[in-house]
Design a protein around this ligand. Structure first.
Ligand code: ANZ
Length: 859
């Protein structure tokens, strides 16, 4: 062997074993196996230009340890890696430099891959995926096509951030305090044509599914809050002197008698009608201003309330009272009915608003304990000032008032969700093109007339249409599966189109096509129209899909990454799906997980997958902070680069250190100084096993009899490390390995099997040194092929006892003896141990509690 340092030389060992694993495909997960499967999934990285940061190896090391352990426990482990590679930075870089995003992305992937390989993860690289690869996004498009066919996609104008100076739409993260991040130009809300997915149709399923998964409670809570199921009542108010009605949504019908004003959202369709002439200039002005604010700004409790009176009044159905109708932006058009009955005595926002505008406040709920009411009083109580309903509890009053309203045909119980339909379009270049073309009505009818053609069979129950500014209505037709992928066209112009459309709109020879309404084939419009009556004029969809799309289903593609004929082979899906363990940052606790659950559930409903939920067990690793305890960031200059640590200490030390920092789920600061500790531990582990010539120490041998204490420690270690890995308590597992090495250092002779078992455990955490030691003690195959050592429960119990020695009941020392040694032997040894306390004294009595205490009574 060429590499044969005598000392622990990570710089020599690590590349050697990485090459070995690569060349031998050591961690390939075969599809055909009699073993049970175990599928471990990492949230795949976005390959950014700055390379791997120190947070990546935290989750990846944890999942790697679990994967190595599960493999040793007899599972066929699937642990893959890939790239979530569409996204904004590559496009911005392209705009600035003209470098194609595919080039930048490829380069970044190479960097990430090199860095990840340097960390020695047991990954199956034959299953590598890349969301920007047409072979991958063909299937992203295919899923969209199914969603389209099932009537779960539609097109509508939705507000986005628009920057007039840059002539482009901006993503939320490109807008900072109402200015563009680039150039600091003012931005405004502008409605643009968008694709929207009906995730709201899945609200109940997405809620129910949370009951069946093993996820952190906080994450489940956040998902539930995001879906925001809310039970309430819709109540209809007449409008004084007008033949109009206003319907509100409320969760507190019990407070109806306390309603002293109403609010409609600035976008409410009745705003104009409700506004009297004398108020119209003010209202129009207010509506215009509200249009520049985001929903988040408008509903921020900390921001002051604003509004204007319309001049109209509504009539409270329970008591006939006239209440003024206001326009205010704290009411959103997108929730409930876009209008509320305001009850300032019992709602915080209404209380603040009424105070500011001098509106009447009538308490109608009193505390149950009879204490004086302090307003706003926002919890349950009993009704006052509420006519015949006085005295009822909140709960009973909700029921009674809802019933009264229902009898008058003035109200009915209903459920609302905070969840909005998913805005599934970006006006960007670097994303998946939609498999959609736009045609006129007669072309659509022609396509719809043949339900069996590739195009006709993929039409939704109702046509998806869009009415443009000039009044023409366009119809969306699918590009069918046989014509996928719709390739992202090459271009040299990544500049935004200036109209709010994506740069794809600039590529006219791609956009305008002859489209075959049966087969879905396309020919550029600049070429001659092919013969036959099935060819129509069409324009391609120029929006692209958001970055979420590729990460919504990647857990499925790893299972069957090279399948060109199907998203996934049902047999492979049945064996591998779904991931048993999923690890990634808590920043994905809401959106990514919700979107991926939605798509997976949809694929379940249409029979593509057999599990309703994609991720059975979920774990969030904690954020690693900078040495200063602050979030690592370039501007703070507290960023630690994994490459530097690997160069100085090796990947094994980096891995061990990140796991030893503290509980995996905890947020914890980095400390370069402390990395020395785990580095010393690895050097010590090496020295305890390898002699000065670089061979296994002579005190280790197959027939050596080792101290019972060492055997016991080994069995304890096997048990604890196994339990800890199962529960992701990786820091305490490492502590136990350290305890073991201390015990090892005290033993003069050591059984080969003991050292072998230790190396195996160590190799889960520090795989390079693990393989090297394994090799040097004479094992032939990779350590990753060996079965996990068994512990013997009987060996966990020591055959020695620590006996406490007392003199006249006072603790004077202790002694360790073989269990169940005779009384005389123990007492004699104990007396010898503490003889200075007995000198010159008369022993009156000697008491022995077997294996526990010797008490000597003296005079
Ligand atoms: C009267 C009332 C009295 C209300 C009271 C609350 C307390 P959740 O739980 O979020 O569903 N609301 C309804 N639609 C709204 C909209 N589009 N924009 C802003 N606020 C809206 O909350 C429902 C409550 O939020 C509703 O019940 C309504 O105010 C308000 F003591 O109606 B409530």
């Amino acid at each position: 062997m060429s590499h044969k340092s005598t000392d622990y030389n990570f710089a020599e060992i690590e590349p050697h074993w990485q090459k070995y694993w690569d060349e031998n495909n050591t961690f390939h997960a075969p599809d055909a196996s009699v073993k049970p499967k175990y599928y471990i999934l990492d949230m795949f990285p976005y390959p950014s230009g700055s390379g791997l940061h120190i947070g990546h190896p935290e989750g990846y090391t944890a999942s790697d340890i679990l994967s190595r352990y599960k493999r040793a426990k007899g599972f066929n482990v699937l642990h893959p890696m890939g790239w979530d590679a569409f996204g904004l930075p590559a496009e911005q870089y392209a705009v600035q430099t003209g470098t194609h995003p595919a080039v930048t992305t490829e380069k970044n992937i190479q960097t990430f891959k090199r860095q990840i390989k340097q960390l020695g993860f047991a990954l199956d690289w034959q299953r590598e995926i890349n969301t920007t690869d047409p072979k991958y996004y063909k299937w992203t498009q295919w899923i969209f096509l199914q969603i389209f066919k099932h009537g779960l996609a539609y097109v509508s104008d939705r507000p986005v951030w628009w920057c007039p100076a840059l002539g482009t739409v901006l993503a939320n993260e490109e807008v900072i305090d109402g200015k563009s991040e680039r150039g600091s130009h003012p931005v405004e809300r502008r409605a643009l044509r968008q694709w929207v997915l009906k995730i709201t149709a899945y609200a109940e399923k997405l809620l129910a599914g949370l009951d069946d998964v093993d996820w952190p409670d906080s994450t489940k809570r956040m998902q539930r809050a995001w879906i925001g199921r809310s039970e309430g009542v819709e109540i209809t108010f007449d409008i004084d002197g007008m033949n109009e009605m206003l319907t509100v949504f409320t969760t507190r019908p019990d407070t109806l008698y306390g309603c002293t004003y109403m609010v409609v959202a600035p976008e409410h369709p009745l705003v104009q009608k409700l506004t009297v002439a004398s108020q119209s200039a003010m209202v129009a002005d207010y509506v215009k201003q509200a249009a520049t604010k985001s929903d988040l700004d408008r509903t921020d409790l900390a921001k002051g309330k604003s509004g204007v009176f319309t001049g109209s009044y509504a009539i409270n159905p329970v008591n006939g009272k006239k209440v003024p109708i206001w326009v205010a932006d704290y009411v959103l058009m997108s929730y409930g009915t876009g209008a509320i009955m305001a009850v300032p005595a019992h709602d915080e926002r209404d209380f603040e608003f009424a105070g500011k505008f001098g509106i009447e406040i009538i308490p109608v709920i009193a505390p149950l304990d009879g204490k004086e009411v302090k307003l706003p009083f926002c919890v349950d109580g009993k009704l006052v000032n509420s006519g015949k309903h006085d005295g009822l509890s909140t709960e009973d009053a909700k029921r009674a008032i809802t019933q009264t309203l229902a009898e008058q045909k003035r109200g009915h119980a209903t459920v609302n969700y905070k969840l909005r339909d998913w805005l599934f379009a970006r006006q960007r270049y670097w994303g998946e093109p939609f498999p959609i073309v736009w045609v006129d009505e007669s072309s659509y009818r022609q396509a719809a007339s043949d339900k069996h053609s590739p195009v006709g069979s993929m039409l939704p129950p109702e046509p998806v249409t869009y009415k443009s500014q000039d009044g023409t209505i366009r119809y969306a037709l699918p590009v069918p599966a046989s014509e996928l992928p719709v390739l992202l066209p090459k271009t040299d112009n990544y500049q935004p189109s200036g109209t709010g459309e994506s740069p794809l709109a600039n590529i006219t020879e791609w956009v305008h096509v002859h489209f075959n309404i049966k087969t879905g084939q396309t020919v550029s419009a600049k070429d001659a129209k092919p013969n036959g009556g099935d060819w129509v004029a069409a324009a391609r969809e120029t929006n692209t899909m958001p970055q979420w799309a590729g990460s919504c289903w990647y857990h499925l593609r790893y299972i069957d990454p090279h399948n060109e004929n199907a998203l996934i082979d049902p047999k492979l899906e049945a064996y591998w799906s779904a991931p048993d363990f999923y690890i990634g940052g808590a920043e994905h606790a809401v959106l990514h997980l919700l979107y991926a659950r939605f798509w997976h559930r949809f694929l379940f409903d249409i029979g593509v997958v057999k599990t309703a939920e994609p991720y059975k067990r979920l774990f969030h690793q904690g954020i690693i902070l900078g040495e200063d305890g602050e979030k690592m960031s370039k501007s703070r200059g507290n960023v630690v680069n994994p490459d530097d640590i690997i160069r100085e200490y090796g990947a094994d030390s980096l891995r061990l250190y990140e796991m030893f920092l503290g509980p995996l789920e905890a947020m914890k600061p980095w400390s370069t100084r402390n990395i020395e500790g785990v580095f010393r531990f690895l050097k010590k582990s090496w020295r305890e096993i390898i002699d000065q010539d670089g061979n296994m120490q002579s005190r280790i041998s197959k027939d050596a009899s080792e101290p019972a204490e060492l055997t016991r420690c080994l069995h304890e270690t096997i048990k604890k490390v196994g339990d800890d890995i199962e529960n992701l308590r990786l820091n305490t597992a490492i502590s136990q390995l350290m305890i073991f090495v201390n015990a090892l250092s005290k033993a003069e002779s050591v059984a080969y099997s003991t050292v072998r078992a230790f190396i195996q455990m160590l190799s889960c955490f520090a795989p390079h040194i693990g393989e090297e030691l394994w090799n040097r003690i004479g094992e032939k195959e990779s350590v990753s092929k060996a079965d996990w050592p068994e512990f013997d429960p009987e060996k966990l119990v020591s055959d020695e006892a620590k006996i406490i020695i007392q003199v006249n009941g006072k603790l004077r020392g202790d002694i360790t003896m073989k269990k169940d040694s005779g009384q005389a032997t123990v007492i004699a040894a104990a007396k010898e141990q503490i003889k200075q306390h007995l000198d010159g004294k008369t022993i009156v009595k000697e008491i022995y509690v077997p294996n526990k205490i010797v008490n000597i009574v003296i005079k």
